[in-house]
Design a protein around this ligand. Structure first.
Ligand SMILES: [Zn+2]
Length: 124
């Protein structure tokens, strides 16, 4: 014995219409915290490692102690750039500024509540 049931020619209330998919590609209007760059007003400054010799105006920059690499570079709120050598000597470098820093630094990936913590994170 063989019985044929008629197929419904309309989708039930639970069937998702096939053309609804594009809505899922909508970009949410918030970003994960990791993607949110801090604004300049939120922090006292930025810092990064600079392991290579630092060339300024065509010359390898050197600390008065003789260090010429493994710097920490700071970019402060007032647009000044400071260099810190491995031995902890810090000096303002007036030939560098925020524009230089932004050209040479990667995206901000860490927040440090204190300077010491930032230095530890960067290996100093
Ligand atoms: Zn030094």
């Amino acid at each position: 014995m063989h019985t044929e049931l008629p197929l419904p020619d309309f989708p039930g209330p639970d069937a998702a219409p096939a053309h609804a998919a594009p809505e899922s590609t909508e970009v949410p209007d918030f970003l994960p915290a990791d993607f949110r760059a801090p604004s300049r007003q939120d922090v006292s400054g930025f810092m990064m490692r600079w392991d290579l010799p630092l060339v300024i105006d065509g010359e390898v920059h050197q600390c008065h102690c003789g260090a010429y690499r493994n710097w920490i570079v700071f970019n402060m709120r007032d647009d000044s750039v400071w260099l810190r050598c491995e031995a902890g000597h810090e000096a303002k470098e007036s030939r560098l500024d925020t524009a230089w820093y932004n050209r040479n630094s990667g995206p901000v990936d860490h927040f440090h509540p204190t300077l010491d913590e930032g230095l530890r994170h960067l290996g100093h």
